[in-house]
Design a protein around this ligand. Structure first.
Ligand SMILES: Cc1nn(C)c(C)c1CC(=O)Nc1ccccn1
Length: 327
């Protein structure tokens, strides 16, 4: 029975969190993403102009999956594509002897520019894996029957290293009880329903909740437009800046805490997490950690929320469930 733990190292402004993964005989830094189901990495097959500065997977240690290819486009329109190999993957001591490795032959500029990241490790449901003609399993699905318990946990922190565990829940990482909610896997995400929100100018509306996904691969907290608007109505100097594509606020502001009701329990995102990052280095205007989920179709509980809680992704029972506990 395997169990393991791996660090989650924050990048600048907690834009993403990277974890060391051994693939074949290379160690790469991957962005664990509960919002997608492809394990892809820069490779010796990637064009040099796209892969400069990145760690590369060398498929010579793997076995090519003949005729298999992959092509993924994320919600923010970043994209990557390539071919597929089977190789050994080790994450925090947990070993998948034969894992589908999606070697990139093309990536969009967002990934080229993010030189600290060598690729993504998807932890959503394998039903949305993009490999054709035959979708393959995520790392978690590949190893889950060998784990002591078919769970993984997420402990992200603001501006500090957190961790992912596989196969066990670490009671030292949370306080109080874990609140579990059911997961709807129809869209391949860790999708749940939030009961309601409060905080900022929202003190009034807490009743209305909505459909949301728990997504470690997304930096911010995307909420219903009315909730985001209500929150910032309580923040001096905040406004929707259509040129920046979202809400901005003075970097000098200390925004109010934001509360989310899930499974009858309230979880609080400290206001400081919502003063996310300067628009560009040295700017005194910051981009908000809460943004509207307009056009997405559901809310996204990204890192701004996840770094305020301990999250349990549990597929050990008859149907998957999500657990949240105070950190
Ligand atoms: C930011 C965003 N906007 N919209 C419409 C969505 C759906 C997102 C979330 C997103 O795209 N996350 C992501 C991006 C790259 C890699 C992994 N996850």
């Amino acid at each position: 029975c395997q169990t393991g733990e791996v660090a989650a190292d924050p990048q600048l402004y907690d834009q993403s969190y990277l974890s060391p993964v051994t693939i074949g005989n290379s160690e790469l830094m991957l962005d664990f993403d509960t919002g997608s189901a492809d394990l892809w990495c820069f490779s010796t097959e990637s064009p040099a102009v796209q892969s400069a500065g990145h760690g590369l997977y060398n498929p010579s240690t793997g076995t090519e999956l003949d005729g298999a290819f992959w092509d993924i486009t994320y919600g923010d329109q970043s994209a990557a594509s390539g071919n597929v190999f089977a190789d050994k993957v080790v994450v925090g001591g947990v070993t998948a002897t034969k894992q589908a490795i999606e070697a990139a032959t093309s990536v969009s500029y967002e990934f080229t520019e993010d030189v600290a990241s060598d690729g993504l490790l998807g932890l959503a449901f394998s039903s949305i894996n993009t490999i054709l003609p035959q979708p393959q399993t995520t790392f978690f699905d590949t190893v889950r029957n060998t784990l002591a318990k078919a769970v993984f946990t997420v402990d992200l922190k603001k501006g500090a290293a957190g961790s992912y565990t596989f196969g066990y829940i670490d009671s030292s990482k949370y306080s109080g009880a874990i609140t579990y909610v059911p997961v709807n896997t129809a869209n391949g995400f860790w999708q749940f329903t939030a009961d309601g929100y409060s905080g900022g100018g929202n003190n009034a509306s807490t009743g209305r909740g909505g459909v949301a996904i728990a997504d470690t691969g997304t930096s911010l907290l995307y909420l219903p437009a009315s909730v985001a608007k209500g929150y910032y109505s309580g923040v001096q100097g905040a406004s929707f800046d259509f040129r920046q594509g979202g809400y901005t606020l003075p970097c000098s502001a200390t925004p109010p805490d934001f509360n989310v009701a899930i499974g009858g329990k309230t979880f609080t995102v400290p206001g400081s997490y919502i003063n996310y990052a300067p628009l560009r280095a040295g700017s005194s205007t910051c981009f908000g950690g809460i943004q509207a989920d307009s056009g997405i179709g559901f809310s996204i509980f990204g890192d701004v929320f996840l770094k305020a809680v301990y999250a349990i992704f549990d597929d050990s029972g008859s149907s998957p469930k999500l657990g949240f506990a105070a950190q």
